[in-house]
Each structure stands twice: as C-alpha cells, then as structure tokens.
Design a binder for this molecule. Structure first.
Ligand SMILES: O=P(O)(O)OC[C@H]1O[C@H](OP(=O)(O)O)[C@H](O)[C@@H]1O
Ligand SMILES: O=c1cc[nH]c(=O)[nH]1
Length: 507
C-alpha cells in the first residue's frame, strides 16, 4: 500500500497509521511494517500504532528513530507492507516457557534491544522471563559478551584498571562517591560507570548528577579518567554496553533486578571499560536482593566465574544490607552525607567502614596496600583530605562546581517527622518500605526528596522522638508519602503492636 509520509517527533521506533489503512494492511497495534521509499529505495522496519483521528487515511506518521534509517522527507511516498516479527520474539517465548538461550539467540535478542527493534512490552517480557526462569553461567557469559560487543570499548595504555560495582538493593548505598576518589587519589585509574536507580530511590548516576553532568560519550570517559584518575558517569549515556540501560529502564517500574541479567549488566560494563581488577559489593539481608549469606556466596562465585571467563580478577564483599547505609536516602541528602565524610566527618560509621573496606580490598588487589592493610590505607587517604581533593577534581572535569560543599545541598522544603509511638528500641527498618516511601516523596527525580533516618536499628527511643524525616519538593508528594508510610509501617519499635487481628476477621 502506498502512503504519504508525515514526520512525527516521537522517540520510539514506530509509525502511526489510520485504523482504516491498518485494517487494509491486516496489521494491528504492535505488529511490524516495512517501509520502502519509492524514490531512494531505502527501507526501515517499524512497529505499528493506530489512530482514528491524528493521521488521516493515505498518510503514515513516521517517528524520528524510524526516519533516521529511512531518511524520507515530509510528503514522500513510501510503500508500506506488513513485515515478519523479529526472530528474537521466538527466543523470548522459548525462555518464557523455561528454555535456555543459545549464544546466537542471545546475540539476536541483544541486537534487537540496542536497535530498538523490540518494543517496550517485548523487552519487559524478556526481562520478566529471565527473572522467573533464571540464566545459567553459559547464558550469562553469552549475554555479557553480547552486551559488550554491541557497544564501544575503552582501551587504556596504562594498567591496572580498577573498578567497583554494587548490585544495589540496600538504600543509602552512596559508597561509590567515596570509593572512586579514594582509589583515584591512590594513583590508580577507575572509570566508574553507574546505573540510575533500579530497585532503589537513587542510583549512583542519580547521585553524581547532583554534583556534575553524568552524560558523556565513551571517548570522553576515557579522556577524563586518564586526566583525573577517575570519573563517575551514567552508563546509559556512554554507548558502553548500550543494551544495559535499555533493559534496566524496564526493570525500574517493576522494581525487579533479574539475577542473570544483573551479573551480565555489571560484568559487561566492567569488561567494556577495560577493567582488570574488580570489587563487587553484595549487600545481604532481609528485603535486599540477597536475603542470606549462602545465597550471597553463590552469587559471588558466579561473579568470580564470569570474571575468569572474561579475563578479570574479581573479588566480592558480602556486606551488611539489613538496614540503610548511613542516615540518608535520596539524591541531595545522600550526596550531602558523602561530602560531609570527604570533608572530614567521622560519622556515620556504616558509610565510612563500608567505603574504606571495599576501597581497601581494591588497593590490596592492585598492590597499593599490603594484604590486610587496605582499609587502613584507604582510611588514611580519606583522613588526609586527598580523597576530597580528588573528588573536587572529578567534579570539575565532569563540568560541575569543584567548590561545592556539603552544606550547599539541601533537602526539599516540605517535611514530616515520623515519631516513635512508644518507648523502646528500633528493631526493624524495612529497606523496601523505606525505598517505597522515598519514591513516593519524589526520589530520585526530585533531587530534594528522600529520607533522613535519625534512629537506626538498635537505637533506644522515647515515645515522640523522631525516627525519620520524610522530605519532598512538592507538598502533594509529601502527603502521598505520609499516607503510604502509614500503611507500610517501615519502622518497628520493640513492643509495638504491628497489626491487631480480631477473631471475626476469619469468619
Ligand atoms: O537501585 P538499586 O537496585 O538499589 O541499585 C542500583 C545501583 O547499584 C549500583 O551502584 P554502583 O554503580 O556500584 O555505585 C548501580 O550502578 C546503581 O547505581
Ligand atoms: O549495574 C547494575 C547494578 C545492579 N543491577 C544491574 O542490573 N546493573
């Protein structure tokens, strides 16, 4: 069928057809069509959206990414035909039925993710199938390699390249903001790429964005690392393992992190930045991604095995994940806390100990500290102010204000204190519920939204003491967070009645 092109500024790989034309073509929403430019012969595939009114019969609305390949002008005539579904959908269906991906199938799926050939719904199905049925080590290796091969790679002349990554899942985990400058200040190169929040309320890329831009092409990441020793950038902007962020974007709303995909996501980023020595942080505890130490050890083994297959030395730290790291959750609050420590604060202990322990492991692996001495060496770098100076250099090279101070970063103006309902000890701080509250308050998009935890687990409180404060940039968001908080009860003080269940509930 011949149709006239109308260019539409929409950022997905689709076309918009009038429902009458769609019926004639025998296609429905989500089906594929092939477009062939009558004059140039150029072709492009797209998936179909339909309308009764926005596009008239005889016209095809062509979205921007489709026209990047078709290069047609407004009014050009194109032949539009129904097209076959990509074969990667057959592979995804196989995984949904509990099958295994082969190497070629994995490559095909990942190419289609990168080229936007798969729709949002199809990528969600892929992630969900991997989440439910898991990936074995071979499948994870295929996926890691496919993610690396479909993007750019950094190639450093100076080695070793050190890197660190957390699997996330514990709120307030701002440790990369300390570890990267400690390692870079120790004379090593650390090109740190991070994700935005996946299951949490602020990923490292969301935090760093408070201080400086995080969107850079791969060549800039390499140049800045060579100059400053380290960077903290958003992986999604780099074209380093570009499938990664496209997949994560579909995990975020579901708040899932499919295990095999997670290992591949992390290890693809490490491979693509040319890392030799890698530290993986695996927070363990209830309401995290890894609920017990046994499972943590198994996951660590998988990271180490994949590292061996890809030529990297990997060490894992099973870290305490039962409650948040430090006192803060959400971009401004977390960055303020991290800067306070870089500026010399000796609290919070959980943040400082975790950061120097992991940085210390990296320093030992790289031969910058004797075995068993890494944490002490890292603590010296922190105490000496060299890590702060290095962080300022990193902020500056990424285009931020190097003179920023912790006190410059303020939470949102709307706040609400959640108080102890009775005397006792705080016996539970539920990670997932705290993240839910922070997200309802607006985090990570509203940088000022988040939580400040006054009383952590084990702290004695008196009735009426504030346990945590919710911050928001918008009043309606604060109200929503308070409402959700009442239902979730993210904090339990010893002796509290969590729920009263009357006898008639069961009749
Ligand atoms: O949102 P959840 O699932 O908690 O975790 C995601 C965060 O964990 C990792 O941290 P890092 O890059 O090692 O600092 C990711 O890059 C991301 O920032
Ligand atoms: O980078 C990361 C971190 C956790 N999980 C992922 O899938 N990727």
């Amino acid at each position: 069928m011949k149709l006239n092109v109308k260019l539409l500024d929409i950022a997905s790989r689709g076309v918009l057809l009038n429902s009458t034309d769609a019926r004639t073509l025998r296609v429905r929403d989500g089906d594929r069509v092939l477009l062939i430019d009558e004059v140039t012969g150029r072709t492009a595939q797209a998936y179909v959206d339909t309308t009764d009114s926005i596009i008239e019969p005889g016209v095809v609305g062509v979205y921007k990414p489709v026209n990047a390949t078709l290069a047609a002008g407004d009014g050009a005539t194109v032949e539009v035909r129904s097209a076959d579904r990509p074969r990667s959908l057959v592979h995804i269906k196989k995984k949904m039925d509990g099958g295994r991906f082969t190497k070629d199938e994995t490559v095909e799926v990942i190419k289609d993710v990168v080229d936007d050939t798969l729709s949002a719904g199809e990528i969600s199905a892929y992630v969900t199938a991997s989440y439910i049925h898991g990936l074995d080590l071979d499948e994870i290796e295929y996926l890691t390699r496919a993610m690396v091969d479909t993007g750019e790679r950094l190639r450093f002349t100076r080695h070793p390249i050190v890197d660190k990554h957390s699997i996330g899942g514990v709120p307030g985990n701002k440790i990369s903001l300390l570890i990267v400058p400690i390692i870079a200040a120790s004379g090593l190169l650390i090109p740190k790429t991070s994700s935005r929040a996946i299951t949490g309320a602020g990923g490292t890329a969301d935090l760093m964005e408070v201080l400086a831009p995080v969107d850079f092409p791969a060549s800039e990441v390499q140049r800045m690392t060579e100059k400053a020793g380290g960077v903290i950038v958003w992986g999604g902007a780099t074209n380093i393992a570009p499938a990664d962020d496209k997949i994560i974007a579909h995990e975020y709303p579901l708040r899932i992190d499919a295990r095999g995909q997670m290992i591949a996501s992390v290890m693809a980023k490490k491979t693509a930045v040319d890392a030799d020595l890698v530290i993986i942080d695996i927070p363990v505890g209830r309401n995290t991604k890894v609920e017990d130490v046994q499972d943590g050890r198994k996951l660590a083994r998988e990271f180490i095995d994949i590292g061996e297959r890809l030529g990297m030395r990997v060490e894992c730290a099973l870290s305490y994940g039962e409650s948040p790291v430090g006192h803060t959750i959400g971009p401004n609050l977390e960055v303020r806390e991290a800067l306070t420590v870089l500026e010399g604060a000796t609290e919070p202990n959980s943040l400082i100990q975790k950061s120097i322990s992991l940085a210390g492991m990296a320093l030992e692996m790289a031969g910058k500290a004797a075995p068993g001495q890494g944490a002490e060496v890292a603590a010296d770098v922190l105490r000496s102010g060299k890590a702060l100076d290095k962080m300022r250099q990193i902020i500056e090279i990424q285009g931020g204000d190097p003179n920023v101070k912790a006190e410059d970063l303020q939470p949102g103006e709307y706040k609400f204190d959640v108080r102890a309902p009775q005397d006792g000890y705080v016996i539970e701080l539920n990670n997932r519920s705290l993240v839910t509250l922070a997200r309802f308050a607006g985090s990570p998009y509203d940088h000022g939204a988040g939580l400040y935890i006054h009383a952590k687990k084990g702290k004695r409180v008196k009735k009426g003491d504030p346990i945590f404060t919710i911050y928001a940039e918008r009043e309606w968001r604060l109200s929503r967070a308070i409402e959700v908080g009442r239902a979730l009860m993210p904090v339990v003080v010893e002796g509290m009645v969590i729920e009263r269940i009357p006898q008639d509930r069961w009749v």
